[in-house]
Ligand binder design. Structure first.
Ligand SMILES: Nc1ncnc2c1ncn2[C@@H]1O[C@H](COP(=O)(O)OP(=O)(O)O)[C@@H](O)[C@H]1O
Ligand SMILES: O=C(O)C1=C[C@@H](OP(=O)(O)O)[C@@H](O)[C@H](O)C1
Ligand SMILES: [Mg+2]
Length: 177
């Protein structure tokens, strides 16, 4: 049965999943978990190091394991990584086991918010970050939409306002969501 006590945040790098998720969990008194931070805590190394040693495929395998586990919990706010929706298994678990919020951001906004990034290997190694973000977004946007229960535009809107928007949607009767 669907467990909608969980809130799962999806969307591209720089959409604010980690930032908004933490804030939302604080105000709702829920546990906050970030799949990337969880992988780092368990392996003792950062995401960039995992990409370097195991390639993207190695990272996706770890991400799949962690999402399968975390989506089985209750009453958590989970911030996923931007590529979590690539795996059908992840999409299935996310949509079945929680309320899925797609934090949408234009590529322009993604670029601005990831400008000082130090632990996003897909961007760090890129010659042209805009092109990489463009391509990722074109491929992934339909996947985010496929499982989203709610889509929020984040351009020009701060994390506090976005967390409150999510709260407002959750307070509404189910038929209005
Ligand atoms: N709504 C927002 N408005 C302005 N800056 C934001 C917003 N959300 C996140 N940020 C900033 O953008 C950067 C990336 O945010 P982060 O939460 O790590 O995104 P994600 O987890 O989706 O990749 C951080 O520096 C964060 O402070
Ligand atoms: O878009 C992606 O494929 C990735 C996004 C990152 O998470 P954020 O979306 O939180 O930056 C992180 O999981 C990894 O660098 C790969
Ligand atoms: Mg994040």
């Amino acid at each position: 049965m669907a467990n909608k006590s969980n809130i799962f945040l999806i969307g591209p790098m720089g959409a604010g999943k980690t930032t908004v998720g933490k804030r939302l969990a604080d105000t709702r008194g829920m546990e906050f978990v970030d799949s990337d931070q969880e992988i780092e805590a368990r392996t003792g190394v950062d995401i960039a190091y995992i990409f370097e040693k195991e390639g993207e495929a190695g990272f996706r395998k770890r991400e799949r394991g962690i999402i399968a586990e975390l989506t089985g919990r209750q009453n958590i706010v989970l911030a996923t990584g931007g590529g979590a929706v690539l795996e059908a298994e992840n999409r299935q678990a996310l949509s079945a086991r929680g309320f899925v919020v797609y934090l949408h951001a234009s590529v322009e906004q993604q670029l601005a918010r990831t400008a000082r990034t130090e632990n996003r290997p897909l961007l760090q190694n890129a010659v042209d970050r805009r092109e990489v973000l463009d391509q990722l977004f074109a491929f992934r946007d339909p996947l985010y939409r496929e499982i989203a229960d709610l889509l929020l535009q984040t351009d020009g809107r701060n994390a506090r306002v976005l967390a409150r928007d999510i709260e407002d949607h959750l307070e509404r009767p189910a038929s209005a969501i």
